[in-house]
Write a protein that binds this ligand. Structure first.
Ligand code: ATP
Length: 210
C-alpha cells in the first residue's frame, strides 16, 4: 500500500520551494496524492501575517492544477491548539494500516526534537526530508535518536527518516514577504495564482509588520 503523503507548513505564503519538494517526494515514493496541511500556529508562537483563511486560499490556489496535490484544512478548523501529532493521530485512525509519510525540509529535521510530542510523531509516521540550501545533514549535530532512524526508501512502517536528494531551491516565505514589502517582483517564486491573490488582498505590504 503506498504511503499517505502529508506536508504541513505555515504557508505564509506557500511558494515554489514547497511545491517542487512536494512533486519530488511524490515521484520518489510513487505517491498518487500528497496532502498539503496548512498549520494552525499555537498562540504562544509568532503568528503568521496572513489569516488562516488567506493561507488556506493561497494553498488551494497553489495546489490547483498540480497533479496529485490536495489540501486538507483540518488543522485550521480545529477549535483547540493544533499540533502535527494530533493530525497524525487522526489520520492514522482514518487510514488503518496505511503508512504515513510526513514531508519536511532539512531545517525542520534539525529542530525536530523541539516539536511537540516528537517521539510519538515517529511512532505514527516516517519522515521524508528534502534538501534545503544552508541546512546540511550532519549526523554529529543531530539527536542520536534521530540518527538511529535514518534510512532509505521504501517506507516499510513508521519511524524511518529518509533524507532525499532533492533540488535545492533557496526560496523562503520570509524572503518573499520581504520582497513584497520592497515592491519587488515575485515571478517564479510563487505560482501566478498565488501572486494574484497576494496582490488582490494587499498581503505583506509595508503597513504590515514582518
Ligand atoms: P518562513 O520563511 O516563514 O520560515 P518557510 O519558507 O520555511 O517559511 P514553512 O511553511 O515554514 O515555509 O515551511 C514548511 C515546510 O517546508 C518546512 O518543513 C520547511 O523546512 C520546508 N521548506 C520550506 N521552504 C523550503 C525550501 N525552499 N526547500 C526545502 N524545504 C522547504
Amino acid at each position: 500500500m503506498s504511503p499517505l503523503g502529508l506536508f504541513g507548513g505555515t504557508f505564509d505564503p506557500i511558494h515554489n520551494g514547497h511545491l517542487r519538494m512536494a512533486v519530488e517526494v511524490m515521484e520518489a515514493f510513487a505517491l498518487d496524492t500528497l496532502t498539503l496541511l496548512p498549520n494552525k500556529v499555537p498562540p504562544h508562537r509568532p503568528q503568521p501575517l496572513a489569516s488562516a483563511p488567506q493561507r488556506l486560499a493561497m494553498t488551494q490556489r497553489a495546489a490547483d492544477g498540480v497533479k496529485g496535490l490536495v489540501v486538507d484544512d483540518r488543522e485550521l478548523r480545529r477549535a483547540s491548539d493544533s499540533y502535527t501529532v494530533d493530525t497524525l493521530e487522526e489520520l492514522a485512525a482514518e487510514h488503518p494500516g496505511r503508512p504515513l509519510l510526513f514531508i519536511m525540509g532539512m531545517d525542520s529535521l534539525l529542530s525536530f526534537t523541539s516539536w511537540h510530542s516528537w517521539p510519538r510523531i515517529l511512532e505514527l509516521a516516517s519522515l521524508a526530508v528534502c534538501c534545503r540550501p544552508g541546512h546540511q545533514l550532519d549526523p554529529d549535530q543531530l539527536d542520536p535518536a534521530l540518527v538511529a532512524k535514518l534510512s532509505q526508501a521504501p517506507i516499510t512502517g513508521p519511524g524511518q527518516i529518509c533524507a532525499l536528494t532533492t533540488t535545492e531551491l533557496a526560496i523562503s516565505a520570509t524572503d518573499i514577504r520581504a520582497r513584497i514589502k520592497q515592491g519587488r517582483r515575485l515571478d517564479f517564486l510563487v505560482p501566478k495564482a498565488v501572486e494574484d491573490y497576494i496582490r488582490a488582498q494587499g498581503l505583506y505590504r509595508p503597513h504590515q509588520a514582518s
